[in-house]
Design a protein around this ligand. Sequence first.
Ligand SMILES: C[S@@+](CC[C@H](N)C(=O)[O-])C[C@H]1O[C@@H](n2cnc3c(N)ncnc32)[C@H](O)[C@@H]1O
Length: 319
Amino acid sequence: MTMVQTPLHTPVLLERTLELLSPALGGPDAVVVDATLGMGGHAEAILEALPGVTLVGVDRDTEALRIAGERLARFGSRARLVHAVYDRLPRALADLGIESVQGVLMDLGVSSLQLDRADRGFAYAQDAPLDMRMDQTSGRTAADILATASEDELRRMFYEYGDEKLAPRYASRIVARRADKPLLTSAELVEVIVAATPAAAQRAGHPAKRVFQALRIAVNEELAVLARAVPAALDSLAVGGRIVVLAYQSLEDRIVKRELQARSRSTAPAGLPVELPQHRPEFRLLVRGAELADDDEKARNPRSAPVRLRAAERLREAA
Ligand SMILES: C[S@@+](CC[C@H](N)C(=O)[O-])C[C@H]1O[C@@H](n2cnc3c(N)ncnc32)[C@H](O)[C@@H]1O
C-alpha cells in the first residue's frame, strides 16, 4: 500500500459538524454524503464516530480522491468514493442504487492540497502554469480564460467574483499584454497586476489576491454549480435527514442561505386561516443565522477564520 505523503489538514468545525449530523445518522443503513471529500478529514471522523454509517464521498479532483481513498481504505465498503461535480449528486446516488440519504456535508471551496500544490496554479505566491481547475481531467484553464475572454467579461469577472475595485484597470492591462504575449503562468499574471496597481492601493493585502479568487471561481464555475447543487442535495435527503454546509466566502454563503431559508419557510398564501400540509415548510433551520469558528479554532486553524456554517433538517416529503 502506498503511504499518504501529503500533510493532512485539520477539518474545519469538525465537532460541530458531527454534532449536527449525528442525530440523523443513528438508524440502520444510514447513508451520509460528503459532497466535498477533499483529503477525507471530515469523512474519516464521521466513519469513526458512527460505525453503522455508509459514506458516499464525492470530489471533482482525482488527486483528492486518491489521497482520501488511501486514508479511508480501512473502512472497506463503508466508504464509496465517486469522481463527480457535486451538482451531479442525484445521478451519482442513482448509479449506486441509493434513493435517498440521511446526511449531506458540503465543505466548500478549494482544499489545502490544491492550494499547497504549486503546480495547480491556484496560488499567486507560487509560480506555476495558470491552470486552477479542480478537476484537471476536463474544462478550461485560467490561461484559456485569460486568452479568450473579452475585456468586458474580464472586468465583470473581477468585479463580481473578486469584488475587485480596480477591475477595469486590470482587465485592460491583461488585454494589452496578451496582444503581445499570452499569459501562461501565475508569475506573469502577478507581474501585470502589480504593475497596474497604483502605489496607494498596494497596502491592502496582495494586489493579485482578488483576481486569483475571481479566476478560480470562473474556471470551476463554482457559483453556478453550487446554485444547482444545494437544491439537489436537499432533494436527496430523506425525512429527518440533515445537511451541513461550510462556506468560506460571501458569494457562496449567500447561495446557501437563500436556498435553506426558502425551503424552511411556509408557502401558505397570506391570510389563509389554517396552514395546509402542502404549505408547511419542508425543512427547519438547525442554527440561527450562520455559525462561525470560535477564537480558539481560528488560532489553531487559520483556514477556519472566514467559515460560515449553516444547517437544516428535512421535516416532510416534498409536495
Ligand atoms: C475544503 S475541501 C474539503 C476538505 C475536506 N472536508 C477534508 O476534511 O479533507 C473542498 C473539496 O471540495 C472539492 N470541490 C469543490 N467544488 C466541488 C464541486 N463542485 N464538485 C465536487 N467537488 C468539489 C474540491 O476539489 C476540494 O477537494
